[in-house]
Design a protein around this ligand. Structure first.
Ligand code: ATP
Ligand code: MG
Length: 180
């Protein structure tokens, strides 16, 4: 393993966090990126359900109450090894050292509104998610939780954006081995 400037061991393959408001296109982007790079896609929502890493169902927010400690314990070994793409609409509870690149996917408000409505979101759930995007909650959370120089915001309004984002990120992954 190579050492980076700080003398810390550098992973052979990077870990990327893809975050953003629900519906912005995280999973769509991750699936294409995993295929292009051979990195492992870890969808936290699916993992929480499959491995019961939650404290029950939250009726108010209509989602599982994620148990952050269980999720972090579950992923520690994989993340230390490197080569993962983590997909989740939150980013402040993962250890900072896990990630080499943090991508916040964003979508123009009216397009996101249409996507979430199409999914059947209404009322409080729809407005909570819209506010999350309007106030750039995930971008702020990412900037507070990780070094600013590894956080990037990428727009995902149309199909061409997905292709462009995946190819930008694929180039970054390919260059990882040669970065010092
Ligand atoms: N750039 C894009 N252009 C057009 N449609 C998109 C784009 N990105 C995603 N979509 C569509 O928007 C919907 C939501 O995408 P996706 O499931 O990838 O979002 P997500 O961020 O993973 O949401 P969640 O947090 O709820 O898992 C899907 O129907 C997807 O096909
Ligand atoms: Mg998803």
């Amino acid at each position: 393993m190579a050492m980076n400037g700080g003398g810390r061991k550098k992973r052979e393959r990077p870990n990327i966090l893809i975050t953003g408001t629900p519906g912005t296109g995280k999973t769509t982007t991750c699936l294409a990126l995993a295929e292009a790079t051979n990195l492992k896609h870890i969808n936290i929502g699916d993992l929480v359900r499959e491995k019961n890493l939650h404290d029950g169902w939250d009726d108010q927010f209509e989602c599982y109450l994620i148990n952050e400690d269980l999720v972090c314990d579950e992923l520690e070994d994989l993340m230390e090894e490197g080569g993962n793409i983590v997909d989740y609409h939150g980013c402040d509870f993962f250890p900072e050292r896990w990630f080499d690149y943090v991508v916040v996917i964003q979508t123009e408000n009216s397009l996101l509104y249409d996507r979430l409505s199409k999914r059947g979101y209404t009322g409080q759930k729809l407005s909570n998610n819209m506010e999350c995007e309007i106030f750039q909650v995930l971008l702020e959370e990412a900037k507070e939780s990780y070094p600013e120089d590894i956080v990037v915001a990428l727009r995902s309004d149309c199909i061409e954006d997905i292709d462009r984002n995946v190819s930008t990120l694929t180039d970054w992954v390919r260059s990882w081995g040669s970065l010092s």
